[in-house]
Design a protein around this ligand. Structure first.
Ligand code: ZN
Length: 471
């Protein structure tokens, strides 16, 4: 049974989707006005793994992720007087950039990426029904949601309405009934792209699109809604209010939130200016190392980003790569021989490690624990190899098992990046060394020995000649 930490109850709960074996999942997507940064990387790698594990566990997952393609920042980038086509052009550029880095991180595509500008009519209808139901009011072309009318407001972020009211700053917009009321529709300002509505020309505010598009594609009630921790309040709180005020039923069963990426213990954010784009990070580190780094910490915990942390991840990830290279190498050197009589079924030996991996993933997608299980499996394989068990069949199975678990986490291993050993080249170097030794050129023979040692090749001089093994 998978257990999921639900922000709504602030507890770990058994995962029971509404309509087995289907799982409907929605994750708040990007606002495409700039390059994708590491914070996005963390969120979408997190939910990619959530989805992969649910699929691996036999669920049929439908994954929807929106694209906020109308927003102040996109409008600013498109320039004064821009039309809808202008903001779409900006959005398109950064949507492509987003997919490019997500592909590099091996994030599988969602089933649907609905765009806000393509759902304006549905949003207007939704807002109209909130106005009719007296959950929303109109002021000079703007429409606001009246928070006081929704009795459950604060249930996700665990805040009390009275505390929020006393904590709220003096209303910036005095036309609002309460500073907590949030915009559903914004009247058009000069030079902004806009759409016609019953309240005049304008555009939808941010929160409403998620309610409208998620329910359009996943139904009025669905299983999982995800996003970064910074979205709990007000975004997700507002999403709940405007959805349940309209449908009058509980909306999302499980709310999942991933932790922040910190830089020097401070939250990485665009507004603080201490952010790194994935594009820049990939200039220094392989995207798979970045993915490995992100998965090395439980998704709910904060993760600290630094070059040192990435170097550590690179080293750890390199150990998996080296294991695969080693096994490939030994396989290439192994001549088939009959399995020893007493040997039991090898697959059974791997089971404890696979079970541990599964237990960790079932426990609220604990990828850090799952990675630890992969390393335990690798240690077990090394021990088996050292004990002299080098049958091709067994080695191939080892490789398959390790790659299989890595694959569940979406870590792919590019063969071209795995260091392989060219045995012809090694034999040639050994022959050169023999010649050097015969000529008493010990300096040269030592040089060759060192060169081989650097590649992990250990040579041994025996009465039968020089033998070599892989360290
Ligand atoms: Zn959202």
């Amino acid at each position: 049974m998978i257990k999921i930490h639900n922000t709504l109850s602030n507890k770990k709960e058994d995962f029971l989707p509404l309509n087995l074996p289907n799982v409907k999942m929605y994750v708040c997507g990007i606002t495409p006005y700039d390059e994708t940064h590491l914070g996005h990387g963390r969120a979408y790698v997190t939910f990619d793994v959530v989805r992969r594990w649910l699929v691996e566990s036999g669920f049929k997952v439908t994954y929807v992720q929106n694209i906020t393609d109308v927003d102040d920042k996109i409008i600013a980038k498109a320039g004064a007087g821009c039309q809808v086509s202008g903001i779409r052009e900006v959005a398109e550029k950064y949507i492509q950039a987003y997919f490019e880095v997500m592909d590099q991180l091996n994030v599988q595509r969602a089933d649907k990426y609905p765009k806000a500008t393509e759902h304006i009519i549905e949003m207007i209808k939704w807002i109209e029904s909130l106005v009719v139901g007296e959950f929303a009011y109109v002021v000079e072309g703007d429409v606001y949601f009246e928070v006081a009318k929704f009795k459950d407001y604060g249930k996700l972020s665990n805040r009390k309405l009275d505390d929020m009211k006393s904590g709220a700053r003096v209303a910036v917009d005095e036309r609002k009934k309460s500073p907590l009321d949030f915009a559903l529709w914004k009247a058009a300002k000069e030079g902004e792209p806009s759409w016609d509505s019953p309240w005049g020309k304008g555009r939808p505010a941010w929160h409403i699109e998620c309610s409208v598009m998620s329910t359009k594609y996943l139904g009025e009630q669905f299983d999982i809604h995800g996003g970064g921790l910074d979205l709990v309040f007000p975004h997700h709180e507002n999403e709940i209010a405007q959805t349940e005020a309209k449908t009058h039923k509980p909306w999302v069963k499980y709310w999942l939130h991933n932790g922040f990426v910190n830089i020097n213990k401070q939250k990485m954010s665009k507004s603080l200016g201490n952010f790194f784009t994935l594009k820049d990070i990939f200039k220094k580190f392989d995207p798979m190392v970045v993915r490995f780094f992100l998965l090395s910490t439980h998704y709910r915990s904060p993760i600290n980003y630094s070059d040192q942390e990435l170097d550590n991840a690179k080293e750890a990830y390199g150990k998996i790569m080296k294991f695969i290279a080693d096994v490939d190498f030994i396989i290439s050197k192994t001549t088939e021989h009959a399995p020893s009589v007493e040997r039991k079924d090898m697959a059974e030996d791997f089971l404890p490690y696979e079970e541990k991996f599964k237990a960790q993933m079932d426990d609220d997608f604990n990828t850090a624990g799952a990675i630890a299980a992969i390393f335990e499996l690798i240690r077990f394989c090394h021990k088996t190899i050292e004990s002299g068990d080098r049958e091709k069949e067994c080695l191939t199975l080892m490789k398959e098992k390790v790659l299989g678990l890595c694959g569940v986490l979406g870590m792919r291993f590019d063969n071209s990046k795995i260091q392989t050993f060219d045995s012809c080249e090694i034999e040639e170097l050994i022959a050169d060394r023999e010649t050097a030794r015969k000529n008493k050129d010990f300096k040269k023979s030592d040089e060759i020995r060192d060169k081989l040692a650097k590649q992990g090749i250990i040579i041994e001089d025996t009465a039968q000649g020089t033998r070599w093994t892989h360290a």
